[in-house]
Write a protein of this length. Structure first.
Lengths: 126, 219
């Protein structure tokens, strides 16, 4: 289950950013995951829940934006979204294309930080 | 009540691995060694294919080495060492794929500049190794005739990242009713233009073609 490695990397990166921003707790994270990244969303959520414990990300909500695959068609001179990932060809003119524009993403887009002095944190702590 | 502060991070989740892989790729290029990352399901015959490759290259006096990843045991390293090439085993103890730093740790004190080729046999898995760059120049995806022609369609993510596809165990093709045209069409569908080589370590078919392809890519 490689999702555990991915979750560990997410928690490390987000914790570091939270710390550099002056501490506080991470309320939510947004990921962008391409269909070609071979990530199983449930497995990632499960792994994330395990790894986030005891970090500034404990309790953080994980938002996942799925990115479809887009290829460049040299004949149409344009990028097209593919309906699936079994056939890498232009959906308009059927020209095969190995030129992937999007769909491999495995990115941490943003984090939502609650300031250390946020009253909601004190409420959550009590 | 204060709103949460949104930090636009825009960072690759596998940044650490990517950086290590980039460093390794530079080191491999400086040393003039062509590095091949071999990926397939368990049982495709990666080890037999690699053993034949190593033995042929050793017989031609070409300096080669290999690192091999498995969850447990050093059986594969021992089998591969029979080829006469230096081989190191990486035991991942349950991890389903190799990561760049694991390979890097097994390369210390190896004189890369003395090698023409270095082969990395990944853990048998067609999903998990996909996103982990190991600094390789060539990613070889292997598929045996016993696995069925539609394997590339079932695992398009990995096949789409490969540079070369090897079909293995072609000596069993007839017994398995293997449709080679269909298999080739499926590989072409998920990775248009990819070089496909049909091989058998038993009959030796396709191995010369594979070695010629390697030599061309090293130039």
């Amino acid at each position: 289950m490689h999702e555990l490695s991915i979750a560990t990397n997410i928690v490390e990166i987000a914790s570091q950013h939270a710390q550099e921003a002056g501490g506080g707790r991470v309320a939510a994270l947004t990921l962008r995951i391409g269909r070609l990244a071979c990530v199983h969303e449930d497995a990632l959520r499960y792994s994330f829940e395990l790894v986030r414990e005891g970090t500034p990300l404990a309790g953080a909500e994980l938002r996942i934006v799925a990115v479809p695959v887009t290829v460049w068609c040299p004949r149409c001179n344009a990028a097209f979204e593919l309906p699936g990932i079994q056939r890498f060809a232009c959906p308009i003119c059927s020209t095969p294309s190995a030129d992937i524009c999007a769909g491999r993403e495995l990115d941490l887009e943003s984090i939502e930080l609650l300031e250390a002095a946020d009253p909601r944190l004190e409420a959550a702590d009590s | 009540m204060t709103q949460p502060r949104i930090l636009e991070v825009r960072t690759k989740i596998l940044k650490k691995n990517d950086e290590t892989a980039r460093e390794m790729r530079r080191r491999f290029e400086d040393a003039g060694v062509l590095v091949v990352n071999m990926v397939s399901s368990p049982g495709t015959g990666k080890t037999a294919f690699l053993k034949e490759t190593l033995a042929r290259l050793v017989a031609r006096g070409i300096p080669v080495a290999a690192v091999v990843g498995d969850l447990e045991t050093d059986n594969d390293a021992r089998r591969l060492a029979e080829s006469g090439a230096p081989v190191r085993q990486i035991m991942t103890h349950g991890l389903c794929h190799l990561e760049a730093d694991m390979v890097q740790a097994h390369l210390t004190d190896w004189d890369l500049a003395s090698l023409h080729y270095l082969f990395i046999e990944n853990v048998g898995n067609l999903v998990c190794p996909t996103s982990w760059d190991l600094g390789e120049s060539v990613r070889l995806a292997l598929l045996s005739v016993t696995e069925g022609e539609d394997k590339p369609l079932k695992y398009p993510g990995l096949f789409n990242t490969a540079d070369i596809a090897a079909i293995t165990k072609t000596d069993l093709a007839e017994a398995c009713d293997f449709d080679r045209d269909l298999a080739r069409a499926n590989i072409e569908a998920v990775r248009p233009g990819m070089r496909i080589i049909e091989t058998s370590t038993k009959t030796g078919a396709g191995i010369d073609e594979w070695l010629a392809e390697l030599a061309a890519r090293r130039r």
